[in-house]
Design a protein around this ligand. Structure first.
Ligand code: SAM
Length: 205
């Protein structure tokens, strides 16, 4: 006998998203509602109008974007601190699987100066108390003129992940180091982010 109804998955043992085991458990059980199974249109449009950039994808999950950008000739590295995420990414990346590195974003030291950090469902995966550390690390890793581009999740629900941000909070977090140069609605969001995410590009000051 179990006290879990048959139509509801058993509760997760790991509750702290700062712990790689939190993400391992969800990847292993196939509970990945953030996974869009492909590349968002705004990134494809951005890449189509950009020269190849030395790019880091932090908290990459399945890393669909890695293959898409590598196929355009970009030098991209995707990192994730969850071994199960890295395994999932490598399993579907074919020739690009060596570009996925098991690493903690706060400790990873890129071998080359970065020109772009691509953000999707990484900032919002971490508790709000960690956001100043994330922003500081973005700023540390990107030289002046380099870009932070991707999807930002706007919401006020105290529970997460995903942990939403307000427009004012995002400005306060990033404007000390970055200026926003693009901001657009997203038309192809998946359910968890629908109506609450925007594509933005920020340039390192
Ligand atoms: C919500 S998932 C998003 C995955 C992917 N970006 C996507 O769009 O599908 C968040 C990912 O960030 C990873 N992550 C969280 N904290 C991390 C850290 N400090 N360093 C590296 N990866 C981290 C998790 O393991 C997880 O795969």
């Amino acid at each position: 006998m179990t006290d879990v109804p048959a139509n509801r998955p058993a509760a997760f043992a790991m509750r702290d998203p700062r712990d790689p085991a939190f993400w391992d458990e969800r990847f292993i059980r196939g509970f990945t509602p953030w996974d869009r199974g492909g590349v968002p249109q705004a990134l494809s449009d951005f890449a189509a109008h950009s020269p190849p950039l030395v790019t880091l994808i932090p908290g990459c999950g399945a890393a669909y974007e890695l293959a898409a950008l590598c196929e355009l000739g970009w030098n991209v590295t995707a990192i994730d601190f969850s071994p199960a995420a890295v395994e999932k990414a490598r399993a579907q990346l074919g020739p690009w699987q060596e570009r996925v590195v098991e690493a903690d974003f706060f400790k990873y030291d890129p071998p080359q100066a970065l020109q772009l950090i691509y953000e999707r469902a990484f900032l919002c995966a971490l508790p709000r108390t960690m956001w100043p550390q994330v922003a500081a690390r973005y700023a540390q890793l990107l030289p002046p003129g380099a870009l932070l581009a991707g999807f930002f999740f706007f919401d006020v629900n105290p529970k997460g992940p995903p942990f939403g941000i307000t427009a004012e909070q995002l400005d306060a977090l990033l404007t000390p180091h970055f200026e926003r140069i693009a901001d657009a609605a997203v038309a192809d969001s998946i359910a968890v982010f629908e109506g609450k995410e925007r594509w933005q590009v920020w340039r390192r000051k």
